[in-house]
Design a protein. Structure first.
Length: 202
């Protein structure tokens, strides 16, 4: 029996992707977008768990790319500028969350930097979720198995009693490895179909 439905945040509940940051940063620094994406992915786990600052994050990327620090000041707050300018709640997903809450517990599990987490709390973007698990606070990131096991323990449920929804396939696969029902978010129609397959009507 399904007891809890766990949602990813950015790319699912929130219309946001760090592609905006990568594109803008590549223009500022003069690094190929694909190369910069690899560097961002390399250091994002440290940023998402609050182990390095945004300044240190970009400093490491500039160093690896053999770039000087002249663009560092422009890069430092790029995450916040782009996030506050572009990030908006997906109203259709929010509506589904509200419907699900009538019969199930709903939780949130997100890889998110500290500045974004604080902004979202201020805007009350997390208010529809009973439990909120943020990488910047719990110091773990998806798709590491230990973050899913941590969440299951905190929710006091077994893996087969949970559904996890994420837009990134690697995070979906990570959840499946520990026994959680998981599927990739693509759009509202697909979300409803996937939930329906597990006997959940919305």
């Amino acid at each position: 029996m399904i007891k809890v439905i766990i949602f990813d945040f950015g790319g699912v509940v929130l219309d946001w992707a760090d592609n905006y940051v990568v594109k803008h940063a590549s223009e500022i620094v003069g690094i190929n977008g694909k190369r910069l994406r690899k560097e961002v992915d390399k250091y994002s786990p440290l940023l998402n768990t609050n182990k390095i600052s945004e300044k240190n994050f970009w400093s490491k990327i500039l160093r690896d790319a053999n770039k000087d620090g002249s663009s560092l000041q422009k890069l430092e707050d790029i995450w916040n500028r782009e996030f506050e300018k572009r990030a908006r709640l997906n109203k259709n997903v929010v509506l589904i969350v509200k419907k699900l809450k009538k019969n199930y517990k709903v939780a949130l599990l997100s890889n998110i930097i500290d500045a974004h987490a604080k902004y979202c709390r201020k805007k009350k973007y997390f208010k529809g979720f009973g439990k909120v698990f943020l990488s910047s606070e719990i110091k773990m990131v998806k798709p590491d198995a230990k973050i899913y096991r941590f969440v299951l323990r905190k929710l006091n449920i077994k893996a087969h009693e949970a559904i996890f929804i994420d837009d990134k396939i690697q995070n979906v696969k990570g959840a499946r490895k520990v026994g959680i029902h998981a599927f990739q978010f693509r759009n509202i129609s697909q979300l409803k179909k996937d939930l329906n397959k597990l006997g959940i009507k919305v």
